[in-house]
Design a protein around this ligand. Sequence first.
Ligand code: 13P
Length: 249
Amino acid sequence: MRRTLIAANWKMNGLRDDAIALAAAVAGHAGGAAAPDCDIVVCPPAPLLVPVGEALGAGPVALGGQDCHAEASGAFTGDTAAPLLADLGCRFVIVGHSERRQGHGESDATVRAKAQAAQAAGLTPIVCLGETEAERAAGEALAVIERQVAGSVPERGDALVLAYEPVWAIGTGKVATPEDVAEAHGHIRARLGVLFGPEAAARIRLLYGGSVKPDNAAGLLALADVDGALVGGASLKAEEFRAICRASP
Ligand code: 13P
């Protein structure tokens, strides 16, 4: 009932020509004979949204932003408004990525405000959360996840995706064990059930992120309560990203 969602987070990578070529390769695959039976979204750097959107064309691959501001407009130099993302053709926006929480001091309250701004603009926020290595070592992983769900999830549970990305698994090649992922996702689902009720919680897609590669994607995507992946490094190579999409159960 929850359709798999594979999201590409290109982060701060690529120039215009690379981005257009990569988007075209991903879109070509999605529309081809061996098209995977899943939803796909590509999130390029903000200045590349327009050319990447054009390269994706009217096909099934959706466009997404990597961040948005909590306000719809105003004097916020360098930020991107959610209504602008929607106007440029985005359907999704990542909010609360650990690289924004850590590198830009974003609190749970900030992340929630951004997620709500995204929903108000008609976008589906992909709200990221996950513990650091020190927090996991201290046995606090589930408590951190619980706090982040309570603090950063928007009030509306419709048009919502969550991504569990343990910080220590991002860009490191270290993947959380299936047991850890299953435990974290089960816990997130249970907390969402408390917030929105079990039926609404059962409709929310939970993505796993952190060193997802073609060789581990099938195992991760087969886990209960894992409804897709948020892919960083491997999304920059069309062949690898295609293979991850094909691993969709
Ligand atoms: P990697 O896939 O490079 O580990 O990045 C994960 C991530 O941060 C996606 O948002």
